[in-house]
Design a protein around this ligand. Structure first.
Ligand SMILES: Cc1ncc(COP(=O)(O)O)c(C=O)c1O
Length: 497
């Protein structure tokens, strides 16, 4: 039975009313609700500008909600089965930084997989928490890192009785989910908080055909990108909490440190409306999309050189569940790598995939996916396969050995340590002072404090050759490393941090 109260969109409704109220605006934003025409306004229309206001009186305040934002957040919490929800206007990134800062003090330990998103590494720098990185399941045949199984998380918890929190990724970018109920129960038994990165998990709360959301499994707090696998505007996410282990005031005050004092009303309205839409329609729409996928997968698998990963992959790797909205396609047997296919699909067929890895590509399905999308993907992959399958040799085995470099100092120490900039060609054995990753997925190959290995340098060169977007502080073959000649200063920093 659906709750009729979820039909309300308190923030969006009030915002619309305000925009249409013929207000005389002597406040910011300076466009004064779209008074002056410009190229953007001409394209998107006046209504968007009418909603871009920042009027605390009547429209409530994100930093201390007491009115329509509070009401909208409460509806969101209920829709997700959480106790509290905080709207985020700087993505799950903001939620992750706030949840780690608010739960782990400097020098307290947090257990987490090493293949976390860069926002988590940055949260460790902000908070000073000490990461206990656990090696995730690594599949060298596919060249990907998966998540943590209960077994590996349990071992890490047992080995670190002084840790205060664990962090789980639910699901991983490639859709794998762990036995969260077991992990959460064990962590709680040992008095640890459970934090979840659910950047790819908003849909899990709205369909029984998908694995469980972290909050449903009992996690204390989860940062959830409504904009990725839900249907809200880019950059809008929700931070969810459950139970009484989390200090809500601390979360709010930490969010207030991170958020702009002028959060986007458009993004908040988008969250309000997306929550309603997902509450009432996601279940049906996801069912529809999964049926489409069921029809599409055998067709895709019939293409020579193409293979879609399914739940059996997750189970073989020791994971409990698989998020079927992820369409993970192994393409290496075409004789092409994932990057070639990603580029070809975009440049020749106008198909934008989510990401490429060496051996595979990832397409994300959401409640807004339609049959034509999958049909076009089939035609494009079939065309590529017909062109190349008989002509290419097996893909030259890339010396791909998914390893993570060793930690020399933790990210916060490396961030504060004296630095120098050197050529990448001289970097072997140095300690990085920056994060380097390909984007997407934004999971750092190297983080501040890790020792630069030959493997890292080779992998980076490989990604560069393949035209991946590399996120790093510097370009032109340079890298920021710890300046060991000033190591004595670093000792001071270590004591202080
Ligand atoms: C696993 C993971 N965590 C966190 C984030 C950050 O999310 P957002 O883009 O909503 O800030 C991302 C974004 O790509 C991600 O993939």
């Amino acid at each position: 039975m659906k709750d009729e109260r979820q039909k309300k969109t308190p923030f969006f409704t009030k915002l619309k009313e305000y925009g249409l109220s013929d207000i005389t605006p002597f406040d910011v934003p300076g466009h004064k609700l779209g008074r002056l025409s410009n190229d953007l306004l001409d394209f998107i229309g006046l209504n968007t500008y009418l909603l871009d206001s920042n009027a605390p009186r009547g429209l409530d305040t994100l930093s201390k909600p007491t009115g329509v934002i509070k009401e909208a957040q409460a509806l969101a919490a209920e829709a997700f089965g959480a106790d509290h929800a905080f709207f985020l206007t700087n993505g799950t990134t903001g939620g992750i930084i706030a949840m780690i800062m608010a739960t782990c003090r400097a020098n307290e330990k947090i257990i987490l997989p090493r293949n976390v998103h860069k926002s988590i590494i940055n949260a460790l720098i902000f908070s000073g928490a000490v990461p206990v990185f656990v090696k995730p399941d690594i599949d060298n045949n596919l060249g990907i890192a998966n998540g943590l199984t209960f077994k590996s998380m349990k071992k890490a918890i047992d080995d670190n009785p002084d840790a205060v929190a664990i962090l789980v990724i639910n699901p991983t970018y490639f859709g794998l989910t762990s036995d969260l109920v077991q992990i959460v129960d064990y962590a709680h038994e040992k008095d640890l908080l459970v934090l979840a990165d659910e950047a790819h998990g908003a849909q899990l709360y709205f369909s029984d055909l998908l694995p469980m959301g972290a909050i449903t499994a009992g996690a204390d707090i989860a940062s959830t990108s409504m904009h990725k696998t839900g249907v809200s505007f880019t950059q809008s996410s929700i931070l969810l909490t459950k139970g009484d282990r989390i200090d809500l005031n601390k979360i709010q005050s930490t969010l207030n440190m991170i958020h702009s004092t002028s959060p986007s009303a458009l993004l908040m309205a988008s969250l309000d409306v997306a929550r309603k839409q997902m509450y009432f329609s996601a279940e049906e729409e996801i069912k529809r999309v999964l049926e489409l996928k069921k029809e599409a997968v055998p067709r895709l698998n019939s293409i020579r050189g193409v293979q879609v990963l399914d739940e059996s992959y997750a189970n073989e790797r020791g994971f409990l569940g698989f998020d079927h909205t992820k369409l993970v396609i192994k393409v290496s047997e075409l004789g092409l790598n994932g990057f070639d296919v990603y580029r070809a699909l975009k440049d020749r067929f106008n198909i934008q995939l989510e990401l490429a890895e060496t051996y595979l590509v990832l397409a994300i399905l959401t409640m807004a996916t339609i049959k034509e999308d999958l049909d076009r993907l089939y035609v494009a992959l079939k065309t590529l396969s017909d062109e190349v399958y008989d002509h290419y040799d097996e893909l030259k085995k890339i010396k791909f050995n998914y390893t993570f470099p060793e930690t020399f100092v933790r990210p916060r120490v490396a961030y504060h340590a004296p630095h120098k900039i050197i050529e990448l060609t001289d970097a072997l054995g140095e300690v990085s002072a920056e994060s380097i990753m390909i984007y997407p997925p934004g999971i750092p190959m190297l983080i501040p404090g890790e020792i630069i290995t030959e493997q890292f340098l080779e992998d980076l060169a490989f990604y560069e050759e393949n035209g991946s977007v590399i996120f790093s502080e510097l370009n032109n073959g340079k890298i920021k490393v710890i300046d060991k000649d000033n190591w004595d200063k670093l000792e001071v920093y270590i004591d202080e941090l």
